[in-house]
Design a protein around this ligand. Structure first.
Ligand code: GDP
Length: 445
């Protein structure tokens, strides 16, 4: 169902990026589609509504009108709002496990990946963080589940509490606590029993265990593929047990992202980890950026900006290339260069988009190479006759005066432009000789 969301948003943004300018009405239209898409993708109504409201208030106003490409700006705003909604407080993956032994209570429905995740997390804590970890299965209803945890423990090199038949879940939990204390463990993880559906007995049992050990973390494991159901499960568990975070499993393959969005918005609890496979190392800290990218289904925004400009640049570069090969670079060429820069948000915008050029921005400001300069330069070129534009060598004193006056500027401004043209022309000749479209494209960014 979330493919829908990706496709739909992709469709909307495709249309936006093809437009030169974006009106407030366009923003509204786009967001209406985003909203429908979110709803169709099983994001709950209040979540979708809240999300749209947030985006709308950011999108209307200067940010959109001043943007390099308005469509891109909306994409970016939607993207940022997604990240905003998804991000919890603190670092993702942080667990409160100081003050040993700290209990981590693992809860969730049967089949959600709870036992697997317990093993994965134990491995991570023991390996990467160098903690001494003990695991215990509280699933007294399924001996196979207890065996499964013991096997995982052996596999990842983490101790498991010996299985004693006939104990209640609370008794096992207490025994785990005792062993963790005596054995000098940093963490003990309790893998509670799951059911196919939430029921009172299950909840009561988890509550009793909770009260017995007072866990530092109560992590809800939910299947990321179950969409709205996962959100309901999260609400239920949080209401009854009180969870400290969520682990979304099965986010490998065609994992969605919509569940993450709803879950985070509805419970307000952070998503701490994401399960990305069956193997014991397939557990990652939750990264809002990645999920946002997945929800949008369009990779990162930078790549998108580049893609949108590729066509334009390729055409322009090819035309330019042909002229360069003929040894030509006149005022018309310069004007189209300047106009393109203007479209892309002026020098600052252009530099901002080029990797590694951010630090050049200050210098550009100092040199006064801002948007108004582009405007003045274009005005000067517009004030030339067709012949003058094609052949700048014609520009002697009297013509210069006329052109400057026509643009409402000084002759010195025109001289600067001519100097710039000469420099660019020299540079272009060199590139034209050494050659290749590649070199030119590289220069255009
Ligand atoms: P439990 O009943 O909640 O304890 O679920 P299990 O831990 O036994 O997992 C059920 C199945 O889901 C097993 O086959 C796991 O290998 C699989 N599984 C768990 N987490 C993931 C995951 O992140 N990705 C994938 N692809 N499979 C997973």
């Amino acid at each position: 169902m979330f493919e829908n969301l990706s496709e739909r948003l992709g469709g909307v943004f495709d249309r936006l990026t093809k437009q030169g300018a974006l009106s407030e009405e366009d923003v509204k239209t786009a967001l209406r589609e985003v909203r429908v898409a979110l709803l169709e993708a099983d994001v709950s109504l209040p979540v979708a509504r809240e999300f749209i409201k947030k985006v709308q208030s950011k999108a209307t106003g200067s940010a959109v009108t001043k943007s390099i490409t308005p469509g891109q700006q909306v994409v970016k705003i939607v993207h940022d709002a997604l990240i905003d909604t998804l991000r919890g407080e603190g670092e993702p993956g942080d667990l409160k496990i100081d003050n040993p032994p700290a209990a981590i209570l693992m809860v969730g429905l049967q089949g959600s990946g709870k036992t697997t995740t317990t093993g994965k997390l134990a491995k991570r804590l023991a390996g990467r963080e160098g903690k001494k970890v003990l695991m215990a299965s509280l699933d007294i209803y399924r001996p196979a589940a207890m065996e499964q945890l013991a096997i995982l423990g052996a596999q990842v090199g983490v101790d498991t509490l010996p299985i004693v038949a006939g104990e209640t879940a609370v008794q096992i939990a207490k025994r785990a606590k005792q062993q963790a204390t005596l054995g000098g463990y940093d963490v003990y993880m309790l893998d509670t029993a799951g059911r196919l559906q939430i029921d009172e007995t299950l909840m009561q049992e988890v509550e009793d265990v909770r009260d017995a050990v007072e866990p530092r973390e109560t992590l809800l494991v939910v299947d990321g593929l179950t969409g709205q159901v996962a959100v309901e499960v999260a609400e239920e568990f949080d209401g009854k047990i009180g969870i400290s975070g969520v682990v979304l499993t099965r986010m490998d393959g065609d994992g969605r992202g919509g569940a993450a969005l709803s879950m985070r918005a509805v419970t307000g609890k952070p998503i701490k980890f994401v399960g990305s496979g069956e193997k014991m190392d397939a557990l990652e800290t939750f990264e809002p950026e990645r999920i946002a990218g997945r929800i949008l289904g369009m990779g990162d925004i930078v790549a998108l900006v580049e893609k949108a400009q590729e066509t334009l640049e390729a055409e322009q570069a090819e035309r330019m290339m042909r002229r360069l090969q003929k040894g030509m670079f006149n005022m018309n060429d310069l004007r189209s260069q300047l106009e393109q820069m203007q479209k892309m948000g002026g020098m600052q915008g252009l530099m901002g988009m080029m990797p590694g050029m951010a630090k050049m921005k200050g210098k550009i400001d100092q040199a006064g190479l801002d948007d108004s300069l582009l405007k003045r330069q274009i005005a000067l070129i517009n004030s030339m006759t067709k012949k003058e534009r094609a052949n700048p060598a014609l520009l002697q004193a009297s013509r210069k005066k006329r052109i400057a006056a026509g643009a409402g500027l000084e002759v010195s401004d025109l001289n600067k432009l001519l100097k710039q043209h000469r420099q660019m022309s020299d540079m272009m000749k060199k590139i034209g000789k050494k050659g290749g479209l590649g070199a030119l494209k590289g220069m255009l960014g």
